[in-house]
Design a protein around this ligand. Structure first.
Ligand code: AMP
Length: 566
């Protein structure tokens, strides 16, 4: 397909904010996409591979600036100047391409989506000496034959900031409309859940036969999205939502780990779908020794503990194990973890996603041989008695865990969804997981670093600002997260720069405590945090798993009630 056609689609999608209109436009477009162009489905979300593939385009604004400068024959300083005044690097590429066209009257060598994918796929493969130059030439090749509107969307795709307001669910509904007269939403979602691959689902969906969709299965070694929990304030409210009796489990303060096994092969994934198998060799041992079965997928929480006192430690103390690529043996001994298994999604060739939780949790108890400080099934009671539930909750807190989870016994496992069938209850809600979406460079002793970070919560595919944080950081990197350290992390994610202010791609999640939530017209969420303080990076969470606007509203209401009724 001509890339121009895709760029025009992007343009019409961004021209409306109405979801139904977007679905209509997209469904018409999808009817014209043939089988060999199925990877266009990735491009619709600004990607080149399915979500679980760890290869990402990953081009920084700085690199894109160099390529724009080269492809349009504009001095780099001029590109930067335009960027600072326009803000959006895509728009800069569009403008400069237009200028070039007018001066050279160059005809458009037509760009295809195949060529775009081919060059973009080479980007994450490059390593070693000369990488930067090679990347620039791959990008320049694309930009040089692009028309202004193509240059706009190529640039935005490269820096990971497409801005067309499309989510996976919009694509699902567009497929539904295009091929099933709007009647197969659930079936399509189920196929997406199992494969996590829109192109594969599209391939079958375009034939218009629901039965085909049912042929897709979970695969060992291919991570799927985890089910997420909603919040409840009290045990009583929890029972009202999930029903009686329900399962109540300890809510462990660690990080989520998805465990896949087939024969001798074990794969470990985080909730962000990153493959972390190499980082946790001991877990592979535990799985082979203490879990019965040839093939399965388990959902679990890995919790750190002190190797001498055996006391559980909070998430921050073991978070470094997730990204650690060297000295694995050493850190394994220093920061041991225990695996708490709380769900099973697949067993001996069969998906269990649609089985009721009661059946799944019973199976876990049959399969796992408990070995404390190695692997156990999560501590659980099944009850309809509020007093027993309260006592269990108190015990969880005494045992230094975060709180409890309450689970509906009849509920299926819904990947990627935040569901009311699984609730989390923690005593103090005064901490939020927010996404960094902007920042401001500091002055004086902090000049050169971003010293104030704009925080956003999540709402239906968008990130809405809720405040700024500049405290809780350390002066020196050895002591924790410093301004310098965090500035370096966000630099490649900068999408706009105006004066001291920068906009940042929503990628980094941080935990923040605060004293109070206030209504505020200053921020797009309508709320502001009083005295926010940074407490930890959350590399285990993806931005769409950040605290939602709905949760902020609930916390605000709860706070109001607390003032009124003490
Ligand atoms: P939160 O991170 O505050 O949204 O809480 C939900 C998270 O709690 C899940 O994503 C898991 O990582 C974690 N968790 C800890 N214990 C359990 C449990 N027994 N069942 C489900 N999730 C748990």
């Amino acid at each position: 397909m001509k890339y121009l056609k895709l760029a025009e689609l992007y343009e019409s999608l961004s021209a409306t904010t109405k979801r139904l209109e977007k679905i209509e436009i997209l469904s018409k477009f999808l009817k014209e996409v043939n089988e060999s162009d199925r990877e266009i489905l990735y491009l619709l979300l600004g990607d080149i591979y399915p979500e679980y593939n760890e290869k990402k385009i990953g081009i920084s604004s700085q690199l894109a600036i160099k390529a724009i400068s080269k492809s349009t024959g504009t001095a780099k300083e001029k590109v930067v100047k335009e960027w600072k005044s326009i803000g959006d690097l895509g728009k800069v590429a569009e403008k400069l391409t237009k200028n070039k066209r007018q001066s050279t009257l160059q005809s458009n060598k037509s760009l295809s989506t195949e060529k775009v994918l081919e060059n973009m796929k080479k980007l994450p493969e490059l390593e070693g000496k000369g990488t930067v130059d090679k990347k620039i030439s791959l990008i320049t090749e694309l930009l040089a034959s692009a028309s202004p509107i193509e240059a706009l969307y190529l640039t935005r795709t490269l820096i990971g900031d497409l801005r067309i307001g499309i989510q996976e669910s919009t694509i699902r509904e567009a497929m539904n409309k295009a091929f099933f007269k709007g009647e197969a939403s659930e079936k399509i979602q189920d196929a997406i859940n199992k494969t996590n691959d829109l192109a594969v689902v599209f391939d079958l969906a375009r034939k218009g036969d629901e039965k085909d969709l049912g042929k897709l299965h979970l695969e060992i070694g291919k991570p799927i999205k985890v089910m997420l929990a909603e919040k409840a304030k009290t045990i009583k409210e929890g029972f009202e939502t999930v029903g009686k009796p329900c399962a109540i489990e300890y809510k462990y303060d660690g990080f989520r780990l998805l465990i896949h096994k087939k024969g001798e092969k074990v794969f470990l994934f985080t909730r962000r779908l990153e493959n972390v198998t190499k980082q946790f060799p001991e877990v592979i041992d535990y799985i082979k020794k203490y879990v019965k079965g040839d093939s399965f997928i388990l959902d679990s929480e890995a919790v750190g503990f002190d190797k001498k006192t055996k006391e559980y430690k909070p998430f921050q103390s073991v978070s470094q194990r997730i990204k650690r690529k060297y000295d694995i043996e050493k850190i394994k001994n220093e920061l041991p973890i225990e695996i708490n298994v709380f769900d099973i999604l697949y067993y001996e060739g069969k998906s269990l996603l649609h089985e009721p939780f009661k059946k799944r949790t019973e199976l876990i108890r049959k399969l796992i041989e408990n070995h404390p400080y190695k692997i156990i099934h999560s501590k659980q009671i099944i009850t309809d008695d509020e007093k027993k539930a309260e006592a269990f909750y108190k015990q969880a807190l005494k045992d230094r865990q975060e709180g409890v989870m309450m689970k509906n016994l009849d509920a299926p496992y819904e990947p990627g969804r935040r569901v009311g069938n699984m609730l989390k209850i923690k005593p103090e809600e005064r901490d939020l997981d927010l996404v960094i979406t902007g920042g401001e460079y500091g002055t004086g002793k902090r000049s050169g670093w971003v010293s104030s970070f704009i925080l956003s919560c999540y709402a239906d595919g968008k990130y809405l600002e809720i405040g700024k944080v500049g405290t809780g950081f350390k002066e020196k990197e050895e002591e924790g997260v410093s301004f310098k350290g965090l500035t370096e992390k966000i630099k490649p994610l900068i999408t706009e720069e105006k004066g001291k202010n920068v906009k940042i791609k929503p990628k980094i999640v941080v935990s923040v405590t605060y004293q109070e939530i206030q209504k505020s017209p200053t921020y797009s969420s309508g709320f502001a945090l009083r005295f926010p303080r940074f407490t930890a990076l959350r590399p285990d969470k993806s931005p769409s798993e950040a605290t939602t606007l709905k949760e902020v509203e609930k916390d605000f209401e709860k706070q109001k009630r607390n003032w009124l009724y003490g």
